[in-house]
Design a protein around this ligand. Structure first.
Ligand SMILES: [Mg+2]
Length: 177
């Protein structure tokens, strides 16, 4: 049993439109562009003891637009561009019409990661560009930051704890608490 004192805070990060440029249902590693500055700020978070965890919906798999193997190729390219700054990645392949405890806004991926990586949710944050990211964070009981990249500028229908122009700025906000 891990003592609660040994639990770490986490940054739960959406992928598309948050860590990398939004590409509709990206299936091609050649189209992956990590946002500048994200790697450096994630590296700083890790040095301070934070866990860094990607939680990404990939309904393109459930819709039959691309395969899990194609997803993994895109994911590998993003992780290569970011460098060694991500502790774990969780992915929900479900079609939006299929009830799923994992697909955001459901909190399943965050709760799985919390159990598997010894996370203290009370000190953690969810960062993303869509209302479902903010709802997911709230459903998991973590604080939330909406970034204005990806769909973020078009996302009005949610109330995050903070808004930030980029993921780099969002991580700075989280680390400042
Ligand atoms: Mg997104």
């Amino acid at each position: 049993m891990s003592d609660s004192k040994n639990l770490r805070p986490a940054l739960f990060l959406d992928r598309d439109g948050t860590l990398m440029e939004e590409v509709d249902h990206c299936r091609d590693p050649a189209l992956v562009k990590a946002y500048p500055g994200a790697s450096e700020e994630l590296s700083r978070a890790k040095a301070l003891g934070w866990a860094t965890i990607i939680v990404t919906n990939q309904s393109g798999i459930g819709r039959g637009y691309f395969t899990e193997e194609e997803f993994r190729a895109v994911q590998s390219e993003l992780l290569r561009q970011l460098g060694d700054v991500i502790d774990a990645s969780y992915m929900a392949p479900d079609h939006p019409d299929t009830p799923s405890p994992r697909r955001k806004p459901a909190p399943g991926m965050i709760l799985e990661a919390t159990a598997e990586h010894g996370i203290d949710l009370s000190r953690s944050w969810m960062i993303g560009d869509k209302a479902i990211d903010i709802e997911c964070g709230r459903n998991a009981g973590v604080r939330t930051i909406l970034v204005e990249t990806g769909y973020g500028r078009k996302t009005a229908e949610c109330i995050p704890d903070h808004r930030a122009p980029t993921v780099t700025e969002a991580i700075r906000i989280a680390l400042s608490y």
